[in-house]
Design a protein around this ligand. Structure first.
Ligand code: 5AD
Ligand code: SF4
Length: 467
């Protein structure tokens, strides 16, 4: 029997890349590949790349430089190391990658990675293999199901892609070009995947999609189901204790989603709802299709049905032509909403996007300064939100043993890590925990037998949340 071949896969960027990497592992397991944690002893290294900002994209080339050395060292040992670039840089740059980094054997876009075995075979015959078309067939029809032990090894929390691509065309964003047009998977296919995950110990699901609440997959009744209806269906599957979804567009929040938050205790009251900017002029230039006031109204709709709901968001500072006053509108919006967490980025022009052609730029110094101010505000809100949890008793879903001996770590509804001293038997269970203190971003507490209470809602228009 041939010894197993070793596969090392490194993912950059979003949750969907993490999911795609797992599906690549499942696909290649059929070809006798087993995962290894180090690139140096691998027979195949896959970089699953991100193109969203220049920094993310450039990381690929520095990693490829390191891999060239590893490949040479392997060759000296008589081993043939193959290198593949997958993901959104592969889609955007195609054969340009091989021109810049001849060490690469295979380039494969995010819609074609089910062809990896074939592409590797082609590369083994001495050539380079590139596939960045959007194939007519749907990759999900070809990807093998993960094996039971692979699901168990990945833990109790899993991602499931329900929707892919985006038709929104925000002027700064490469996603509609790299991930393609918006496509939703049929309900029954998702239900089958989730049942299999639940049968193998998964307790928490995060439904993922570039614009997940644009979901409109075909239901068993032949009609297009919205995300809220899909969530209702998945909540019925035994074993699934928690449901989440990411990432949503404010304009696609419909009544079905609001009702799901009202009706489903399993649907966690923590929503990632990117707004990008608080200025209406910038939002229009970004082609976001909503104003700051529309966004506030969407937040209010969620809050009306679930008072303990908390939000996170994404922000871009220094979009072309953003004035100090327009940036202040972003700070004002953050102050008014009160976030539990948020990500903020300096605008990065991406080739092929309309914003990259805009001539009014913001200086690097202004961008730096704005980013610091925004992050300080967000940090203060996050820290107030976390501090407000101290002294409360909340449900925690336990995930794994912690680094400190005897400690088990889980997450609250708001994804805050919570540590308790307990037996590993509690992994996979949702149990009430009395939260006693906060160390950086982690809460420390003890298992409680008292009934659960939820942290208070964040009061809008208060910069210090929940305090
Ligand atoms: N520059 C900076 N940030 C960007 N994002 C997307 N494109 C860009 C860009 N060109 C941010 C947005 C998005 C998040 C995933 O990345 O905030 O919501
Ligand atoms: Fe990109 Fe999101 Fe806008 Fe789609 S909605 S173009 S993924 S920022």
């Amino acid at each position: 029997m041939k010894p197993p071949r070793k596969l090392h896969i490194k993912s950059y960027g979003c949750q969907m890349n993490v999911y795609d990497a797992q599906r690549m592992v499942d696909t290649l397991a059929g070809d006798g590949f087993v995962e290894t944690s180090s690139a140096d002893d691998a027979d195949l290294v896959i970089l699953n790349t991100c193109h969203i900002r220049e920094k993310a994209s450039e990381k690929v080339y520095s990693e490829l430089g390191r891999l060239r050395v590893a490949k040479d060292a392997a060759a000296k040992d008589g081993r043939d190391m193959r290198i593949a670039v997958a993901g959104c840089v592969a889609q955007a740059e195609g054969d340009e990658i091989i021109r810049r980094a001849p060490v690469v054997d295979v380039v494969v876009g995010p819609q074609s990675y089910h062809h990896l075995p074939l592409l590797l075979e082609r590369a083994a015959q001495g050539g380079k293999a590139i596939e960045t078309e959007f194939p007519a067939e749907d990759k999900f029809g070809f990807l093998p199901q993960p094996k039971s032990d692979a699901i168990r090894a990945r833990g109790i929390s899993a991602f499931v892609t329900v929707q892919e691509g985006c038709d929104k065309f925000c002027t700064f964003c490469v996603v509609p070009y790299t991930r393609g047009a918006e496509v939703s998977r049929p309900v029954e296919k998702i239900v089958d995947d989730v049942k299999r995950l639940a049968d193998n110990g998964v307790r928490e699901l995060t439904l993922i999609g570039q614009n997940v609440n644009a979901y409109h997959g075909e239901g068993p009744d032949g009609r297009a189901w919205p995300l809220g209806k899909l969530l209702h269906r998945l909540a019925e599957i035994g074993g699934i204790a928690r449901l989440r979804y990411s990432t949503s567009h404010p304009s696609d929040v419909d009544d079905s989603l609001i009702e799901a938050h009202r009706d489903l205790p399993a649907l966690m009251p923590f929503v990632h709802l990117p707004v990008q900017s608080g200025s209406d002029r910038i939002l229009a230039a970004m082609n976001r299709k909503h104003t700051a006031s529309d966004y506030r109204k969407v937040i209010e709709r969620f809050r009306r049905v679930r008072q303990d709901i908390a939000f996170s968001s994404d922000f871009i500072v220094g979009f072309p032509g953003e004035t100090e006053q327009e940036f202040s509108a972003t700070l004002a919006l953050v102050t008014q909403i009160g976030y539990a967490a948020a990500y903020s980025f300096k605008y990065s022009p991406r080739p092929g996007t309309p914003a990259a052609e805009m001539r009014e730029t913001v200086s690097a110094a202004d961008m730096d300064e704005r980013l610091v101010r925004l992050q300080e505000l967000i940090d203060s809100q996050q820290s107030a939100f976390n501090k407000a949890a101290i002294g409360t008793t909340v449900d925690v879903l336990f995930e794994r043993t912690a680094r400190n001996p005897g400690q088990i770590v889980g997450r609250t509804a708001y994804l805050q890590p919570a540590h308790v001293m307990a037996s590993p038997d509690i992994i996979g269970q949702v149990l009430p925990v009395r939260l006693d203190s906060l160390e950086r971003y982690s809460l420390l507490g003890a298992l409680a037998t008292v009934p659960t209470a939820r942290p208070q809602r964040i009061a809008p228009s208060q910069p210090t949340i929940g305090a």
